[in-house]
Design a protein around this ligand. Sequence first.
Ligand code: SAH
Ligand code: SF4
Ligand code: F3S
Length: 439
Amino acid sequence: MKKLYIETYGCQMNVADSEVVAAILSDEYEITHAQEEADLILINTCSVRDNAEQRIRKRLRELKSYKNKKEHLKIGLLGCMAERIKERLLDEESTLDFIAGPDAYRSLPRLISESSYKQPAFDVMLSTTETYDEIEPVRCDTNGVSAFISIMRGCNNFCTYCVVPYTRGRERSRNPQTILREAQTALDNGYKEVTLLGQNVNSYHWEDETGKVTNFAQLMALVAQLSPQLRVRFATSHPKDISDELIETIARYPNLCKYIHLPVQAGSNTMLKRMNRVYTREYYLDRIATIRRLIPDCAIATDIIAGFCGETEEDHQATLSLMREVGYDYAYMFKYSVREGTMAAKKFEDDVPDEVKSRRLEEIIALQQELSYQSNLKDVGKSFEILVEGVSKRSDKQLFGRNSQNKVIIFDCGNHQKGDYVTVTVTDCTAATLMGVER
Ligand code: SAH
Ligand code: SF4
Ligand code: F3S
């Protein structure tokens, strides 16, 4: 067997895709975690912000000198950056033997055999139907406890700032039977948690030959029923589709985790409109109120973009006030980065100066620190069932795991190990973690 080394950037979808790629190549290649052993190096890339692409370009420059020393090594680029820049990349990055876009992974065996350093190959065709549905992923970069399952691909939302609809193509859902089979296999292999993945999972929609429809809430219920020992998470959901039915389903099943990642992006209606998010601040807050009413112990996380085109100080204040009003438990926060080809790049001016973007982002981060700390303080004294994921980075006498709300809790090992469910009482916290003792 030849050896394959895969390096994955970007979102969880990319992590899941790398596992599909490993499966597609598994007749000829086995995974290695040591680059020196590799006959083939694959870089699975992200284009969501310019700094993501710059990091990957830097890595490719490093690999160029490495490759000069290795005669038979092949290097291929996968993922969103391959799709965004296409053949042009082969001229720009002479390290590459081939590139394959997110819907072209079944052609990898052919691309690898056809390509050579001087004669690179590529396939960046997007598909309206590809979901890799019958491929059982090779779990390669995993803790053995938690597995990703991709349930849909692509995105139709065209938020004006976002490159994903261009790199991932149109939205399509995967057959629920193959999703259930993959979850069952994970369970049989000792996994205790699955995360159902898509750019917008709550618009999941499957219609079988008889016309019977499965929506996301129904799919979640089906996966939850596989075993009460299997925790189920999902990412990411768009506020426009967070239905009462879905919230009620999460409330009903104890193993559906009480954590909803509901990206808001901005707090003012002017910004939301310009971003084409298709909801208002009021609608978003109403959805949050419904979550709080039906699932009182639910954690809520978000994504926020600072300094989008035309953002005024007042718009920025609206983001801060919305954050306070919701009291997010966690947030992913970014500075707006123009992406070539998007509606925002064509129609609006990137007119917020970089220093202003940075200052606003810092204010957003500082506020979130405070909110996360407050959220964690409320947990001190409470007990949670946590799923142990591994040994703590700080001490090998301690383990860490997550509660249903997705918060990390550190506690003394006792007789426990990875994959155990343990009930822990929280004794102390920082803004980032909870410390606890076994109850
Ligand atoms: N499909 C997911 C998000 C995918 S991208 C969703 O809609 O929730 C992850 C996050 O990156 C987005 O939520 C957004 O906050 C951020 N992002 C996307 N494009 C960006 C850009 N051009 N500049 C800065 N942040 C961006
Ligand atoms: Fe991008 Fe919007 Fe689609 Fe998310 S929903 S991937 S932010 S276009
Ligand atoms: Fe990046 Fe593509 Fe995911 S752009 S965030 S890897 S969908």
